[in-house]
Design a protein around this ligand. Structure first.
Ligand code: ADP
Ligand code: MG
Length: 292
């Protein structure tokens, strides 16, 4: 491509809310084969709500919700907001926790009223030596419904299964259809539960799912998808996404994301919409493709 065509494409992109931070990205996008997308906050709103809370025998729902909300009141994860909001909506006075700890990609723990409370994914419970099998039928149903199951343990005993659901953004289905229309494969990368991720992917017609990845695992997933499909663009919004944005051939950050994600990205979608991705690729094909 000529410097002029890149200038024209970059200028047109700016008009459309697609900021090319590197001219090279415009060229590379033309021959992209796969678009890998972070789930939470990119495909979905990133604002989950609590939908279910089933307690184990010997536990009381209100009591469990109060303890769990206390732990989550110290966490910044979107899941935490959902749980604290639900407790407050039920008129529960949420106490302050002590000795709060966050275990990346797993869950959180703290002391509340002298009780040791753990909240997190099934793998977090397993790492504590707790067996979640008793909740399997519930977890399977929640996953099929596209909800994310979490577990709570109190003083070393499994106390509850909790679910949160994060709605898909209204413009996500059309953006995925547009990417398919351009001949690209779409993959989802997420730290969420595999069954939940697959249910959401099925609804959206997403071609491939990489689930239950720890933040550092996103880079590995990007590398593997590049090897399998060829040139790859990764779309993300969060702090956890910066290494994957850097590893991709083209890193695309959603404009509503974090500063760290913006800095790691080659392209920034100012509109905050996934629609910017097919727009950027179509623009690349139009401007770079027409050079003679
Ligand atoms: P993602 O946001 O893509 O799900 P994270 O690495 O942030 O990825 O989290 C992975 C998983 O760890 C979550 O899906 C959840 O099961 C668990 N988790 C993380 N933080 C919390 C929290 N504050 N409360 C409960 N579970 C959590
Ligand atoms: Mg995210």
């Amino acid at each position: 491509a000529t410097p002029t065509s890149i200038m024209v494409g970059t200028g047109r992109g700016a008009e459309l809310g697609v900021l090319f931070r590197k001219g090279e990205a415009l060229q590379l996008l033309r021959d992209a084969r796969v678009v890998a997308v972070d789930k939470t906050g990119t495909l979905t709103e990133g604002r989950p709500a609590l939908t279910d809370l089933d307690v184990a025998d010997g536990f009381e729902r209100g009591d469990v919700l109060r303890l769990v909300a206390a732990v989550e009141s110290s966490s910044e994860h979107p899941i935490a907001r959902a749980i604290v909001d639900a407790a407050e909506a039920e008129g529960i006075e949420v106490p302050r926790p002590g000795g709060f700890e966050s275990i990346t990609g797993m869950g959180v723990r703290a002391m509340v009223d002298g009780r040791r409370v753990e909240v997190g994914a099934d793998r977090h419970m397993r790492s504590l030596g707790l067996d979640v099998a008793g909740f399997s039928p519930v977890a399977e149903r929640l996953g099929r419904e596209g909800k994310s199951p979490l577990y709570a343990a109190i003083d070393g005993r499994l106390a509850a299964i909790i679910a949160v659901a994060d709605p898909v953004k209204p413009d996500t289905p059309a953006a995925i259809a547009a990417l398919h229309g351009l001949g690209l494969k779409v993959a989802m990368i997420t730290g969420d539960n595999a069954r939940t991720a697959q249910a959401i992917a099925d609804r959206l017609g997403i071609d491939e799912v990489v689930a239950e990845v720890l933040p550092e695992g996103k880079v590995e997933a990007v590398r593997r998808l590049k090897g399998a499909h060829g040139r790859l663009a990764f779309v993300g919004d969060g702090i956890n996404d910066a290494p994957a944005l850097a590893e991709a051939d083209v890193g695309i950050a959603i404009g509503t994301g974090t500063d760290i994600a913006m800095e790691a990205a080659d392209v920034v979608l100012m509109s905050g919409s996934l629609h910017g991705v097919p727009t950027a690729i179509a623009l690349s094909k139009a401007t770079i493709g027409n050079i003679r």
